[in-house]
Structures are given as structure tokens and as C-alpha cells.
Design a protein around this ligand. Structure first.
Ligand code: BT5
Length: 257
């Protein structure tokens, strides 16, 4: 690896690795700085949602400094989601899938979430923080019942030594894959990442309900466009969903995230 994880800063507990990375980035931390914590007391998801971060997970954030327009942030989320999917496949050998826009699921259960945040100067990113949370070996009973219903863990948290080894292997694999995809993305190779996103997609071909800020769209997810938008086929035509939450219909318990 050339820069991702140079350095890795480890903490026992932080409020949120994204918040720590942001504070460091504001003080000019170099691109590639990576924050890893054992637990987070205020782990966050999108739209102010909470990300539960008990021991046994891999909670990390990296500082990135791409020349990126605000409208392209969704692409970077996809880059990180695909990297996490591939790392899980490689290290744990489970059939991880990417659920648009930012989740990784195994057997329909959310095992990983991605949160990309940025500071903007006009329309361009000053810096970005890509946060990735993976439930490596967490005790699902530690989650509130509504979250537990849709969450999964890669391993049972029975053997702490084993779990620690898997976490370290996942960290190494994830940083490598993220760096490769990110470089590819910066050099104009987003279409290759899109191909993977489509290949690993748990969403395409499914009946979905997409709830954005101002509309609720119901139909079949038929594509991921070149700007990372989800294309949903409805009786009145194809609709582009740029952000928001997607629920896959027909999955027991209904699943959104
Ligand atoms: C996400 O948001 O999925 C992004 C999560 C990013 C977490 C990482 S951890 C390292 C870094 N530091 C941070 O502070 N954050 C990042 P969203 O799509 O909004 O999903 C949030 C929803 O997922 C919650 O409302 C819950 O329903 C569910 N959830 C919360 N904790 C979970 C967990 N550990 N496992 C599975 N689902 C969870």
C-alpha cells in the first residue's frame, strides 16, 4: 500500500472515528490517515442516524483528499462499499453482497455500513472522510431489537483471539482494496467499479421501495447508472434514485438501511 493507512491510529474508544478523522483532517492530516477504534460511543450513520459500535467490530475511517465535485460523493460511497464487499469475501469467504447505496449484506442481513462525509469549499471537496463499520464478531444481543432484526455479524463472538485475527486481516485487505479502487476511480476508471457494484448487487432485479427526501418510489431495481444512481422501473417509467433508503420487498421483516 502506498498511502492508505499511513499512518493507522488506534484507539480503545472514541466518539466516532469519522469525527476523529475529520478533526485530524482539519489540522491537515495527510491523505491516507486511518483511524481505528475498538468501540464508538457516538458512531453515526447517514442523516443523523446512530451506528451501534459494540466491541468485536471493525470501526474505521480514512482521510481522503480527492478533487471531487459534491455531486460525485455517491460514487465514492460505492467505491468504499465495493471494497468492503470484496474484503469480506476474501477474508471471511462469505457471499457478501452490496445493497445500494451503502450497505454490505450477508444472507440479507446488514453486516457493514459506509458513511462518506466531507468538508466542501464551494462545489469541491476540501477533504473527505470515508467511514466503514463492519460487524466482524459482535454480540447481536447488544443491539436494540429493531436493529437486531436486520443486522448480522460475520462471526459469532465466541473466540476473541480468532475474532481479533479476522479483524486485523480484514483491515489489511480493506485498506488494500480501497486504495486500489480509489486510485482507479481517480484515474477515470469508475466504470470498472460500477461493473463490480452491479456484479455484487443485492438490489438489482428485486422489488424495492425507495424513499428519498421527497418521494417514495416503488418498482423493480433495474440498474445502477454511471453516476451511481439506482434506476427503478415503475409503471410510469424508469426513475433515478440518487440518495435515500431502499427497502427490498418480500424479505422477511422488511429490510431497509
Ligand atoms: C450506515 O448508515 O449504514 C453508515 C454506517 C457507518 C458506520 C461507520 S463505523 C466507522 C465510522 N465512524 C462512524 O461514526 N460511522 C462510520 P445508514 O445507512 O444511515 O444506516 C444506519 C442504520 O443502520 C441505523 O439506523 C440502524 O437501523 C442500523 N444499524 C445501526 N448500527 C448497526 C450495526 N452495528 N449493524 C447493522 N445495522 C446497524
Amino acid at each position: 500500500m502506498k498511502f492508505l493507512g499511513q499512518p493507522v491510529q488506534r484507539f480503545a474508544n472514541v466518539d466516532s472515528t469519522n469525527a476523529v478523522a475529520r478533526r485530524l483532517a482539519e489540522r491537515r492530516a495527510p491523505e491516507g490517515t486511518c483511524i481505528v477504534a475498538e468501540t464508538q460511543s457516538a458512531g453515526r450513520g447517514r442523516l443523523g442516524r446512530e451506528w451501534h459500535s459494540p466491541p468485536g467490530g471493525l470501526w474505521l475511517s480514512v482521510v481522503l483528499r480527492p478533487k471531487l465535485a459534491a455531486r460525485d460523493i455517491g460514487k465514492l460511497s460505492l467505491v468504499a462499499g465495493v471494497a468492503a464487499t470484496e474484503a469480506i469475501r476474501e477474508v471471511v469467504r462469505l457471499p457478501a453482497m452490496t445493497k445500494w447505496p451503502n450497505d454490505v449484506v450477508v444472507a440479507g442481513k446488514k453486516v457493514c455500513g459506509v458513511l462518506v462525509e466531507g468538508r466542501w469549499q464551494g462545489e469541491t471537496a476540501d477533504f473527505l472522510v470515508a467511514g466503514i463499520g463492519i460487524n466482524v464478531a459482535i454480540d447481536l444481543a447488544a443491539l436494540p431489537p429493531d436493529v437486531r432484526a436486520t443486522a448480522g455479524t460475520l462471526l459469532e463472538p465466541r473466540d476473541p483471539a480468532d475474532a481479533l485475527a479476522v479483524r486485523e486481516a480484514l483491515l489489511g485487505s480493506l485498506l488494500k482494496k480501497l486504495e486500489t479502487s480509489y486510485r482507479r476511480f481517480l484515474s477515470g476508471g469508475f466504470s470498472g467499479i460500477l461493473e463490480k457494484a452491479r456484479l455484487y448487487s443485492d438490489t438489482l432485479g428485486r422489488q424495492v421501495v425507495a424513499a428519498g427526501s421527497d418521494a417514495r418510489i416503488q418498482g423493480t431495481a433495474v440498474g445502477i447508472a454511471s453516476d451511481a444512481a439506482l434506476i427503478v422501473r415503475t409503471p410510469s417509467g424508469d426513475v433515478r434514485v440518487v440518495s435515500g433508503d431502499v427497502t427490498i420487498r418480500g424479505v422477511s421483516g422488511g429490510y431497509s438501511g
